[in-house]
Design a protein around this ligand. Structure first.
Ligand SMILES: *[C@@H]1O[C@H](CO)[C@@H](O)[C@H](O)[C@H]1NC(C)=O
Ligand SMILES: *[C@@H]1O[C@H](CO)[C@@H](O)[C@H](O)[C@H]1NC(C)=O
Length: 871
């Protein structure tokens, strides 16, 4: 059933192609539903069966259709499905061929990223330093050579900075080489675009534009606050003329797609991200969930599908380039990994750097941030076009202004190389980025040879370097992936600076089987229960010792929801070979009454394939992708305190694991965690009153050596900080007893495995669950292939490490009694392979936000938000 769905989805593109469904909606009179239909199902028959009207296909999303019905309170599709299931007749029913439906509900639009926190709008005029006379002369030369007469060009320091020389996007020589964005098209998905501005009119691309708020072809700003999209558009494609300034790609085409000005449905937001995606090449998105330091929102399933559809089918398969602003919540300790748009592997996340090369107080950090570029701060903002025939803005800012600048620079690259794929663009962006602050101790040298910091990603964009790299870039091979099984922890998280560790070993063999040559993105999906989510932080450590702070503490995040199937993303591990132990450390750094339990996690490695011929397209995500935890065998149950932790779960020393010296660790931030990532990087030396990290490290090494002489390598390493040394030696005898017990246990396990043929049952479970996930790109093969690979998987574990052997076999004598049995995931194996990058975590509801323009609508309207899912 599931497989049929996926095949239908992948292959049903014929029905889905065609014009977007853009008939004006009437939400007062009608309800709207999106239904996914299996291949061959006639939408009109479905409409007749459900007493609805077929409104047309849902844009370019294969197999998805929009239907309308007379407005009523309940969800008539859900009701029909339930009735159908209750009756259980064997007569075929069209409803059985509707694998997914969703009643559309209006919700608050996403938040614009123009208002950076408390200091919003305040760009205190600083006394300008003396301009550099030589730089001013160069600027004059450029202007006369290129015929730039735009009146505010000299204020556009982000394009040519004659004051803080070098702090600009280094674009003028690109223009002088004739590269100004010809033939490139950027869609600005925002609150509109003033196509009647004399600065934007020459480059306006009407066919790629649409207003999803007022359902009309022209995305003209109408609300007094609708200036954001126009300012963003000016940064990209403001014409070289006598109005305001110029865009960074001033001959590119710009389209406006309006979604931020009114309540909107998930289906319309999904449509917006695929609108005219054969011609709109880049989607510039300066918005997202609220940057309030407490939201944790991912796009809904239709939007996730649209993004995957965009990278798979946009631009004739080269893939839409989605550019997202990292967010303005840094002042609230917000982090772009708590935003499912910015931490999608399909988006290029762009943060801000100010005109002095400093980190602006608002710009969010995270391990998913690829690059930064210029925006407001240090006394100035971005000067650009504004709404009006001849109106300019001098106060555009926030990460909202950074993302369009990046989008415009990518448009320059597409002029010289329109064949770059969405992943090529990410490669070129990171490989040509320039480190912002070389003295930053947070920098880690990554496998690409480039340095990464969570504050600035791989650095700031350099237009010239990026375009030069694009000219000669060799397209990378298609994407491949490797998914680990769900790893069950079910263990309380110790409070304080200790953490709970779990690791997963990737073998060379697994990489080969997954057709995965080297890494690009890494995602971790996890479940953690906690009564105050903001106390948690999570680090991901790769086999080579590179550290991703995938989750950081947030003081304002009081949610008791924990992490529910949340997917974190990192670009830190780009270029690594992936082989070895991947380690996760979950910490609850606040010693208080709020505590929690780590339930499980799941690692996904994404990267370039070995053999392009064998690469497949990732199936569309479903809402059940991450639901199959409990069909898995839990690692253990009944863990008793520290001494009997199972191999996969370790109490870690309070310090981070040792990091090679060429990968400098984050410095300890002084003060009360003014950075969101403070706790993750904090060292025990603070509490120990000055015993430096080196002494901790050496004690760690000692303990490890001591252990290795008499313990198998997979056993936990205990309290290695000097502070706990005494405790360890005091507990020495206890440990001996424990080891004896563990030895006996291991012996029993092994004997059972070797002698009892019925253990096959256990491995079959692994086959179904993990085999599918692990085989990654090869997963499109059917049932048969899955079984076979499952056997290989077992071998891989046997070769690789005892860790996993014990981890999985352990479950067979522990009852899965505390598992939450998730219903309806019987085809979880297929779901495993289909698991998409983004999580299926449900939205916490469209938290109201002070920034929204159209908030009159009732809270009720927004409350039930994510409706009708497949149950
Ligand atoms: C900027 O562009 C020039 C060419 O105009 C190039 O030589 C230089 O490397 C680029 N980057 C920097 C940081 O100057
Ligand atoms: C733009 O595209 C057209 C058609 O693909 C091509 O003929 C033309 O040379 C391109 N122009 C530039 C400046 O690249």
């Amino acid at each position: 059933m599931r497989l049929a769905t996926l095949v239908g989805l992948a292959a049903g593109s014929l029905a889905g192609l065609g014009s977007a469904n853009l008939a004006p909606r009437n939400y007062d009179a009608n309800d709207y539903y999106v239904l996914q239909l299996e291949r061959g199902v006639n939408p009109d028959d479905v409409a007749a069966r459900l007493d609805m009207r077929h409104e047309g296909p849902l844009g370019n999303l294969a197999g998805h259709h929009m239907f309308s019905a007379v407005k009523r309170n309940d969800d008539i599709v859900s009701r029909a499905v339930h009735e159908r299931r209750r009756r259980r007749t064997s007569t075929p029913d069209l409803i059985d061929r509707v694998p997914f439906w969703q009643k559309q509900r209006l919700r608050a639009p996403m938040t614009k990223r123009s208002s950076p926190g408390p200091a919003r709008g305040a760009f205190p005029a600083e006394k300008r330093q003396d301009v550099d006379a030589q730089a001013v002369q160069r600027q004059k030369n450029v202007m006369s050579e290129l015929g730039i007469t735009d009146p505010i060009f000299t204020e556009q320091w982000h394009l040519f900075n004659a004051v803080e020389v070098g702090h600009d996007v280094n674009v003028t020589d690109v223009w002088r080489a004739g590269i100004t964005g010809h033939n490139s098209t950027v869609a600005i998905v925002d609150d509109g675009l003033d196509m009647y501005s004399n600065d934007l009119k020459p480059n306006y691309y009407a066919a790629g534009s649409y207003d999803f708020n007022d359902h009309r072809p022209e995305p003209k700003p109408t609300l007094s606050d609708d200036r954001h999209g126009t300012r963003c558009a000016g940064e990209i494609g403001a014409a070289k003329n006598d109005v305001c300034g110029v865009g960074v790609a001033y001959d590119s085409k710009i389209a406006g797609i309006r979604i931020l000005s009114k309540l909107i449905t998930e289906s319309d937001e999904a449509l917006s991200l695929n609108y005219d995606f054969q011609h709109n090449q880049i989607y510039s998105c300066s918005w997202g969930p609220p940057d309030d330091g407490k939201s944790m929102e991912a796009p809904g399933i239709l939007i996730k599908r649209a993004m995957l559809n965009g990278v798979q089918n946009g631009r004739s398969g080269k893939g839409s380039v989605f550019v997202f602003a990292s967010g303005n919540g840094a002042v609230y300790e917000d982090n772009c990994n708590f935003d499912g748009y910015t931490n999608s592997i399909y988006s290029i996340t762009v943060g801000a750097v100010d005109r002095k090369g400093l980190h602006p107080y608002y710009s969010e950090k995270c391990s998913a941030q690829l690059v930064v570029t210029y925006s407001s701060g240090s006394g100035d903002a971005i000067h650009t076009t504004d709404v009006g025939e001849n109106t300019c803005s001098s106060s555009h800012g926030g990460t909202s202004a950074a993302a369009p600048l990046a989008a415009g620079i990518f448009a320059l690259a597409l002029e010289v190389r329109p064949d770059l794929t969405w992943r090529d663009m990410q490669y070129i962006a990171l490989q040509t980025a320039v480190v912002v602050d070389p003295s930053d101790e947070e920098l880690q040298t990554t496998a690409t040879g480039k340095q990464f910091s969570h504050t600035f990603g791989y650095g700031k964009l350099d237009s010239w370097a990026l375009v030069e790299a694009a000219r000669t870039w060799k397209n990378v091979k298609p994407q491949a992936w490797l998914f680990s099984p769900w790893i069950h922890i079910k263990h309380d998280i110790p409070q304080g600076d200790k953490g709970l560790t779990s690791s997963f070993t990737v073998t060379k063999d697994m990489m080969l089987k997954a057709n995965l040559a080297r890494l690009e993105h890494v995602t971790v999906t996890m479940n953690v229960e906690h009564s105050k989510r903001g106390d948690l932080s999570v680090d991901l450590i790769s086999p080579s010792g590179l550290v991703s702070h995938i989750a950081t503490t947030r003081k304002g995040d009081l949610s008791g929801d924990g992490y529910a199937d949340w997917t974190f993303m990192s670009v830190v591990h780009w270029g690594e070979d992936g082989v070895g132990d991947w380690k996760i450390i979950v910490k609850d750094s606040q010693v208080n009454e709020n505590s929690g339990k780590w339930v499980d996690w799941h690692l996904k490695l994404w990267g370039e394939s070995i053999d392009a011929e064998k690469a497949t397209l990732l199936p569309m995500p479903t809402e059940e992708d991450d639901d199959n935890h409990d069909e898995n065998i839990p690692v253990t149950t009944g863990v008793a305190e520290t001494t009997t932790l199972p191999p996969a779960v370790q109490q870690t020393p309070s310090e981070l694991p040792s990091v090679p010296s060429d990968h400098p660790e984050r410095p300890t931030k002084p003060g009360s965690g003014s950075t969101a990532e403070g706790s993750a990087g904090e060292k025990p030396s603070e509490t120990e009153g000055g015993s430096g990290s080196s002494s901790s490290d050496s004690s760690a090494a000692e303990t490890t050596t001591a252990e290795s002489s008499w313990l198998p390598s997979f056993l936990p390493t205990f309290g290695v900080s000097s502070r706990t040394q005494a405790w360890i030696y005091g507990a020495f005898s206890l440990i001996v007893v424990f080891c004896a017990g563990l030895g006996a246990w291991l012996y029993m396990q092994r004997r059972k495995r070797l002698s009892n043929t019925r253990d096959n049952y256990e491995f079959e479970l692994i086959n179904e669950e993990e085999g599918e996930g692990l085989t990654g790109a090869g997963a499109a093969a059917g049932e048969k292939g899955r079984k076979r690979r499952g056997g290989e998987l077992y071998d891989a574990f046997a070769d690789g490490s005892d860790d996993e052997m014990e981890m999985f076999s352990d479950g067979d004598d522990d009852d899965d009694s505390q598992g939450r049995r998730a219903g309806g995931s019987s085809s979880a194996a297929a779901a495993g392979s289909a698991a998409a990058a983004a999580s299926s975590s449900s939205r916490a509801g469209p938290a109201s936000d002070e920034d929204d323009d159209s908030e009159e609508d009732s809270v009720d309207e927004k409350a039930g938000l994510r409706g009708g899912t497949r149950r």
